[in-house]
Design a protein around this ligand. Structure first.
Ligand code: HSE
Length: 307
């Protein structure tokens, strides 16, 4: 195999209670990427459609992830990458993670899979670090593994793929403003009152348990974030109104997708997810906030080969 075309999915990081440790993979929102072997021993990016992003591999998340992986493998194989961006950078649904995860996944396939998909995560994280200034895995892990991922530990890296209930759907609204992850991280406090920490880790445990037991009420009770959301929601137009509209329309929970500005809601069943999306859109429709909307199931497999 000398060339591969792949789908690189969008992801929702944090999932309310799990800042930097929880993420989920979307099914029908994502980029495409074509990667081909070359004989020049270099990583090159020939084409990026859909967004104005650097072609220099050392300044591009896909290039940085690819270079990190090839260096670790001691490989001198050259690769050329085309990226067809559909996920907008700064949207909060894992644009940089999709590119970083796609690059390492595709190159691994073309090299005959010397690494397991889990072993690709640290290299994709290096791409993420270029974009956000922080080594976080809660987008790249679900992009690579599919479903829900838990980063149990960063040092050493220990990522666990969680069970995903089949009826879970995501509704996402993306107000057309850009919030850089680095900026959204700079508004955070570096210490957490014990009382808030107790609530938060109770919710993380509750959410993980609810996913495994497919207990949608427990999932709903656990989708809360008392630490990050109060600070970051100030960066997002009409956040509380959108969230309340989603909950009133029947969502199990709603919060900031990754570092925002996208707002996500999780629902039981696609019909409810559609109603929730309409309700969220209704808040922006009577304002001057332009927006995109997505409704998606949870993608069980992550990055996938198209041809
Ligand atoms: N956990 C990261 C953050 C995700 O919230 O900053 C960024 O998409």
């Amino acid at each position: 195999m000398n060339e591969i075309r792949i789908f690189c999915p969008a992801t929702i990081a944090n999932v309310s209670c799990g800042f930097d440790v929880l993420g989920l993979c979307l099914d029908n929102v994502g980029d495409e990427m074509v990667i081909r072997k070359t004989g020049n021993g270099k990583v090159t990016i020939s084409r990026i459609e859909g967004q104005d992003l650097p072609l220099d591999p050392e300044k591009n998340v896909a290039g940085v992830a690819a270079l990190a992986m090839l260096k670790a493998l001691g490989s001198v194989q050259g690769f050329d990458i085309d990226i067809y961006k559909k996920i907008k950078p700064g949207s909060g649904i894992g644009s940089s993670a999709a590119s970083a995860a796609g690059a390492v996944f595709g190159i691994n396939k073309l090299l005959g899979e010397p690494l397991s998909v889990k072993e690709l995560i640290p290299f994709a994280m290096e791409g993420e670090e270029l974009a956000s200034g922080a080594l976080h895995a809660d987008n790249v892990a679900p992009a690579l593994l599919g479903g829900f991922s838990l980063v149990r530990s960063y040092e050493p890296l220990d990522v666990v793929k969680l069970h995903t209930p089949g009826a879970l759907y995501a509704s996402i609204i993306h107000p057309q403003i850009e919030v850089k992850t680095a900026d959204a991280r700079s508004v955070l406090k570096h210490s957490v009152p014990l009382k808030k920490a107790i609530q938060q880790w109770g919710n993380v445990g509750g959410l993980v348990s609810g996913l495994y037991t497919e207990d949608y009420d427990l999932i709903a009770r656990s989708l809360h974030d008392g630490i990050i959301e109060p600070l970051r929601s100030l960066l997002i137009p009409r956040f509380m109104e959108v969230k309340e509209a989603a909950l009133t329309a029947g969502a199990l929970g709603s919060g900031i997708s990754g570092s925002g500005p996208s707002i996500f809601a999780l629902s039981k069943g696609e019909d409810t997810a559609k109603k929730v999306a309409e309700a969220m859109a209704g808040v922006y429709a009577d304002s001057d906030v332009a927006f995109d909307i997505h409704i998606s199931g949870i993608n069980p497999e992550g990055v996938r080969v198209l041809s």
